[in-house]
Design a protein. Structure first.
Length: 185
């Protein structure tokens, strides 16, 4: 932990989910079961009761040869608070969104645990995943958010997002802003 003035700051790590995180993944999923929040940035997690099944699915999504039918090549990250090993957020990267996701889904999606919101975690997660996006050969990434999701809009803008246009999300039945973040060289 870092001490800043009289405040103790926890350290965080953006990492890939692994077997060592199974209990924390289950807790993260369960926290969303009791709220209305969407579980963005956690590719398919709501479909899997068992975290190990989700990890197996993610492994398929990482490889062009094994990506499940109708899915996209995808990389999953979790944001872990080191002092208690809690997953406070998840963020995922679609390597090349196609079809409708190219219009209203974008490259990057993320969520923050309902009990951990409004602490700047989404902004930091997005900042930390952008170099990975660059390593995929992307020069810019698309993120989308509805205006009612003020926290997400602020997160995107804080990371350099520029609003291009609005489109209807057929999945969520709301208008979403399409924001582009240009990645530095």
């Amino acid at each position: 932990m870092k001490r800043v003035g009289a405040v103790v700051m926890s350290e965080f790590v953006l990492t890939r989910p692994a077997s060592e995180h199974l209990a924390q993944i289950k807790a993260y999923r369960e926290e969303f079961a009791n709220c209305l929040g969407w579980l963005h940035g956690a590719q398919g997690l709501k479909k899997f009761e068992e975290p190990q099944d989700w990890l197996n699915y993610l492994a398929l999504c990482e490889n062009d040869a094994t990506v499940p039918e109708g899915e996209h090549k995808y990389s999953q990250f979790i944001y872990v608070r080191m002092d208690d090993k809690k997953i406070v957020g998840m963020i995922g990267v679609r390597h090349k969104p196609v079809g409708p996701l190219d219009t209203w889904g974008g490259h990057v999606g993320y969520s923050v645990s309902p009990s951990e919101r409004m602490k700047g975690y989404a902004t930091q997660m997005l900042h930390e995943v952008l170099p990975y996006c660059k390593s995929l050969g992307l020069n810019r990434v698309l993120l989308t958010a509805g205006d009612e999701n003020v926290g997400s809009v602020k997160t995107i803008i804080a990371n350099g997002g520029i609003l291009e246009s609005y489109v209807m999300s057929p999945k969520h039945h709301v208008m979403v802003g399409r924001y582009w973040i240009t990645l530095p060289d």
